[in-house]
Ligand binder design. Structure first.
Ligand code: FAD
Ligand code: 2HG
Ligand code: ZN
Length: 483
């Protein structure tokens, strides 16, 4: 990949323009020495420290008008831009590749309005997800999305990646819950589509292009989103199971018996739980070890009613030997303890050095077969082992079972060409063979860019390119990424 010479190089005059525009010192970080300084470094590298850009300029606008003036100036001067939220994305989409200007939304962090009757929240894109959710909790509501990175990711970043997370099963995708978007187009036009209407069939639904658009056609500055009532009764259970077949049976029974109160059904293999224990020393919830674990969450409006349903469900799955052992959280602390067995996997797997990550949609019946196939393949190639001689620590699978979304992770002691050769295109071919998707919820960014054809036809890619060219004719938005 080479820097495209059509883009201008940042100079002192550009920096002066942005300093005058944004006023405060802290809103413009720039660095013209050859190596990035400590101040600019965090904006140049991603959460996994796998991708590192070379920006010399970070801008932190404080309003939609400022974003508009920034983009207009960049468009007029052919300066490339990377929109950045909490920088927790897992496909390298939020960091520059070369010297693109980083526009970070962290200063745009106001809740604009909340209506308790309709449950509609309007907020700046830079609000941190957990902050939005805490605000909603005070008003008896919940953000219809939750994920492990909630303490750092921004709701604008969630929209831009169309994040799925832990409760999609219950609250659906952002394509349904987002009612309106305010965004700035590359030429500075402010697209005010911040509708608060539940229904609005008046022509094309343009805002959908920004949901999952990964910052390639504009910068999202505000969102309007429908938030459900917070359930007063919440229960979390963690089970050990003997096989993947049993996990599927448990899921079927959970839907059957818990139906409308089921709010999450997550899968963790035994290896992922073992690695949490190895990385952190954390004591796991069950005494014995099992090849699979499931986490079930229920949320409903009536504690007694929910407890009764859950009790019946638990008795059934234990008596029918669908689950081998289980624990039900008794208080808020235990709820968090159990959730951490699922939510902390991603972070813990980074403990040994690198991780190869695949975020896949697959038919639920064969979802875990891929993990076994990949483990066998890497083992046969002599790459998996307990010591420094082997690059691969283990091959693990976990994910959002309720959405048939598998996270295949291969934690390694170092990034290794031999491992890569075994993994790709093998994994992508496998997924294509099952008509799955090579990116279920993380997006394509730069990491999955070369593989889009495994999940999208030439016609669909052409249509995407047409949209990109229409909205961003100069190609200044998040270049070198998937489109
Ligand atoms: P960033 O990482 O900053 O950016 C992501 C992409 O969006 C980039 O392409 C960027 O250019 C663009 N972007 C950011 N803000 C804007 C904006 N305002 N306008 C236009 N474009 C923008 N994802 C899931 O789907 N489900 C999960 O369960 C999940 N769990 C995670 C757990 C952990 C521990 C981590 C680290 C990540 C997880 N993710 C998950 C990845 C997920 O994509 C991000 O956490 C989140 O949605 C990204 O938000 P962000 O603000 O950090 O965006
Ligand atoms: C999760 O569900 C996230 O924990 C991260 O989507 C998955 O790190 C991963 O592969
Ligand atoms: Zn996930």
């Amino acid at each position: 990949l080479k820097r495209d010479s059509k883009y201008g190089q940042i100079n002192k005059e550009h920096v002066k323009f942005f300093q005058d525009l944004l006023g405060s010192e802290s809103a413009v970080i720039n660095d013209f020495s050859s190596d990035a300084t400590d101040d600019i470094e965090p904006f140049n590298s991603d959460w996994m420290r796998k991708y590192r850009g070379h920006t010399k300029l970070v801008l932190k606008p404080g309003s939609t008008e400022e974003v508009s003036k920034i983009l207009k100036y960049c468009n007029d001067n052919m300066l490339a831009v990377v929109p950045q939220g909490g920088n927790t994305g897992l496909v390298g989409g939020s960091v520059p590749v070369f010297d693109e200007i980083v526009v970070n939304l962290q200063r745009m962090n106001n809740i604009r309005s909340f209506d308790e009757v309709s449950g509609i929240l309007v907020a700046d894109a830079g609000v941190i997800l957990e902050v939005a959710d805490n605000y909603l909790a005070e008003n008896n509501h919940i953000f219809p999305l939750d994920l492990g990175a909630k303490g750092s990711c921004q709701i604008g970043g969630n929209i831009a990646t169309n994040a799925g997370g832990l409760r999609l099963l219950r609250y659906g995708s952002l394509h349904g819950s987002v009612l309106g978007i305010e965004a700035v187009l590359p030429d500075g036009t402010i697209m005010d589509d911040l509708s608060k209407l539940r229904k609005n069939n008046t022509g094309y639904d343009i805002k959908q292009l920004f949901i999952g658009g990964e910052g390639t056609i504009g910068i999202v500055t505000g969102i309007s989103i429908l938030c459900p009532q917070r359930s007063p009764a919440m229960n979390v259970a963690y089970f050990g199971l003997e096989s993947y077949e049993k996990c599927q049976e448990a899921f079927r029974e959970a839907k059957n018996q818990l139906s409308e109160i089921l709010s999450a059904f997550e899968l963790m293999d035994g290896r992922s739980q073992k690695l949490i224990n190895k990385a952190t020393g954390k004591k796991m919830p069950l005494e014995s070890e099992y090849p699979f674990y499931c986490l079930i969450e229920t949320s409903g409006s009536n504690t007694d009613h929910d407890n009764e349903k859950l009790q019946t469900f638990l008795e059934h799955v234990m008596e029918a030997s669908i689950v081998s052992d289980g624990v039900l959280a008794q208080d808020q602390t235990q709820i968090q303890e159990l959730w951490s067995c699922r939510e902390s996997i991603s972070e813990c797997l980074g403990h040994w050095g690198g991780v190869y990550k695949y975020d896949l949609s697959l038919p639920i019946s064969s979802m875990y077969d891929l993990v076994n196939d990949v483990r066998n393949r890497l083992t046969e190639a002599g790459l998996v082992g307990d010591d420094e001689l082997h690059p691969v620590v283990d091959v693990v699978g976990y994910g959002h079972m309720g959405d048939a979304n598998l996270h295949l992770n291969i934690p390694t002691r170092r990034y290794d060409k031999e491992v890569e050769k075994q993994l790709e295109p093998f994994v992508y071919e496998w997924v294509k063979g099952k008509n799955g998707s090579i990116s279920a919820e993380h997006g394509l960014g730069i990491a999955k860019k070369p593989f889009i054809r495994y999940s999208r036809s030439e016609t669909m890619i052409k249509l995407m390119k047409q949209i990109k060219d229409l909205y961003d004719p100069n190609g200044i938005m998040n270049p070198y990424k998937y489109i």
